[in-house]
Design a protein around this ligand. Structure first.
Ligand code: PMT
Length: 403
C-alpha cells in the first residue's frame, strides 16, 4: 500500500536545492512513511539539521562519531533501519562517492552500508551533469541497481536555463512511490485495465446523454493498482481528474469507443475493472448539425438504440483475465447484482447502492458489497473511495494466479 509505514532514509547533500528536500520529506510523511534524515556538512550550510529534525521528529545524522549511548554505530543503525534510501538533492560529489564506494562521512558511509533500494535524485549545474565523469558514475550506479531520477530542465541557480534542476518535490515523491511499488507491490509485473466515468452518447455536435458518474471511483482504483506496482491502463470519459504519471490514460467518449479501445488492450491484461457507468442506450443517429428549436417542434422524440454490453463482449475473448464489474442499483441490490455476476460471467462484482446521495455517484465515499461466484457476499463498511479501492485491489490481487 504505497509508502505507508515504510522506513525512508533521506540523504541530503549540499546544493542550492536543499530547501526543496524539506518538502520531499513532508511529502513522504504525508504518505504515511517514517522518515529519518542524514546530511553532509555542506548541506547543513544551506539548511540546518533542526529543520529536518522538526519535520521528522527524529535525530538528524550529520556526524559519524556523534552516536548516543544506544547507537554506537549510528550509520549502520540507519542503514539497517531503512527500507529505502533517497538521496535528494544528490550532488555530483555524492554520486561519484557512491559509484566508487567511497565512505568518508556520515552520508557516504551509511549509503555504502545500505543494502535496500536506493533512489538518487541529482541536482547540479548542467555542465557538471553532462561531464563524462558524471555520465560514467550514473551508468555505474544504474548497473549497481540504484534508481536514478532524471533532473529537470529549467532555470538553474547560475541564472541561465539548462538541465540539472531538481524536479518538483511532489514529482519526486510520486517517482519514489512508483519505483517502490514496481519493486515490491503485489501487482508488480501485472497489467490492469480500469474504466472510469459516465460514457457520453452524442445527440448532435454540442449535446450528449450521460449520467452522474464523476470518475472518482475509477481513478481511485487506477491509483490503488498503480500503488501496488501494476501497469495500469485507464480508459476514461473524464478529463477533469488527474491520475499518477505512471498510469496510461486514454480518453474516450461513447460506449462503442470505450469498447473498441478496451479491445485493443484486452489480450495483455491480467485484470479488468469496469467502474465506468456505461450508458445502456445511445441515440440511433447523431445529427451532423446542432438540432434547432423550431415553431412546430414543441415535442421532440429521441430514438435510442442499445449500446453493446462491454463486459459481455470482452468475455467472449477472455483467456485468464480476472473480470470485475460494478452494479449500480437503486433497488433489490443483491438480487440484481447476483444476476449481473452470472449474466456477465464475472469473477467479482461490486454491488453499489446508488440511491443514496452520500455514496455511489459523485460522492467521495462509497459502501459496497463484494459478490463472487459460490462465495458468501462480503459487505464492506462505508469509507472513502481511496480506502475502498485499496481493499478492492487487495481482493483482486488475491484472485490472480501466481506468476
Ligand atoms: O464515478 P463515480 O462518481 O465515482 O461513481 C462510481 C459509480 C457509482 C459509477 C461506480 O461505483 C459504479 O457503480 N459503476 C458501474 C455503473 C454501471 O454502469 O452499473 P450497471 O449496473 O449499469 O452495469 C453493470 C456493469 O456492466 C458495470 O461494471 C458496467 O461498467 C458494465 N456495463 C454496463 C453497460 C454496458 N453497456 N456495458 C458494460 O460493460
Amino acid at each position: 500500500m504505497g509508502l505507508e509505514n515504510k522506513h525512508i532514509a533521506v540523504y541530503v547533500t549540499g546544493g542550492i536545492a536543499v530547501y526543496k528536500a524539506a518538502e520531499v520529506v513532508r511529502g513522504f510523511i504525508r504518505q504515511g512513511a517514517v522518515v529519518r534524515v542524514a546530511m553532509t556538512q555542506d548541506a547543513t550550510k544551506f539548511v540546518t539539521p533542526l529543520t529536518f529534525g522538526a519535520l521528522t521528529k527524529q535525530p538528524v545524522l550529520t556526524d559519524l562519531f556523534a552516536g548516543d549511548n544506544d547507537q554506537f554505530v549510528p550509520h549502520i543503525a540507519l542503514a539497517d533501519w531503512s527500507d529505502l534510501a533517497v538521496i535528494v538533492p544528490a550532488t555530483a560529489n555524492v554520486i561519484a562517492k557512491m559509484a566508487t564506494g567511497l565512505a568518508d562521512d556520515a552520508v557516504s558511509t551509511t549509503l555504502l552500508a545500505t543494502t535496500g533500494l536506493k533512489v538518487v535524485v541529482p541536482a547540479m549545474n548542467e555542465h557538471m551533469w553532462d561531464a563524462p565523469a558524471t555520465t560514467r558514475n550514473i551508468a555505474t550506479l544504474t548497473a549497481d541497481g540504484v534508481v536514478v531520477m532524471q533532473p529537470d530542465t529549467g532555470l538553474l541557480a547560475e541564472g541561465y536555463s539548462g538541465r540539472g534542476r531538481l524536479p518538483e518535490p511532489s514529482a519526486i515523491v510520486d517517482f519514489v512511490q512508483h519505483v517502490w511499488a514496481k519493486q515490491t507491490g503485489r501487482l508488480r509485473g501485472r497489467n490492469v485495465m480500469v474504466t472510469a466515468g459516465g460514457t457520453r452518447e452524442r445527440i448532435d455536435p454540442v449535446r450528449y446523454i450521460s449520467n452522474d458518474s464523476s470518475g472518482k471511483m475509477g481513478y481511485a482504483l487506477a491509483r490503488a493498482a498503480a500503488n501496488e506496482g501494476a501497469n495500469v491502463t485507464l480508459i476514461s470519459s473524464i478529463i477533469s481528474l488527474s491520475a499518477p504519471d505512471s498510469v496510461h490514460v486514454i480518453t474516450v467518449s461513447g460506449a462503442q469507443e470505450m469498447l473498441d479501445t478496451m479491445k485493443t488492450y484486452f489480450a495483455q491484461q491480467d485484470a479488468v475493472i469496469m467502474a465506468a457507468a456505461v450508458a445502456d442506450f445511445k441515440p440511433v443517429s447523431v445529427a451532423e448539425q446542432k438540432i434547432k428549436k423550431t415553431a412546430d417542434n414543441d415535442l421532440m422524440t429521441l430514438q435510442l438504440t442499445k449500446n453493446p454490453d462491454i463486459l459481455k463482449t470482452l468475455s467472449v475473448d477472455k483467456t485468464d483475465q480476472i473480470m470485475v464489474g460494478f452494479a449500480a442499483e437503486t433497488e433489490h441490490l443483491l438480487t440484481n447484482a447476483q444476476h449481473k455476476l452470472i449474466d456477465k460471467k464475472l469473477d467479482m462484482l461490486i454491488a453499489n447502492d446508488v440511491s443514496r446521495k452520500d455514496i455511489g455517484f459523485n460522492a467521495d465515499q462509497n459502501q459496497v458489497t463484494v459478490i463472487r461466484p459460490n462465495v458468501e457476499p462480503v459487505q464492506l463498511p462505508q469509507m472513502t473511495k481511496t480506502k475502498l479501492s485499496e481493499q478492492l485491489i487487495e481482493m483482486i490481487a488475491d484472485l490472480l494466479p501466481g506468476k
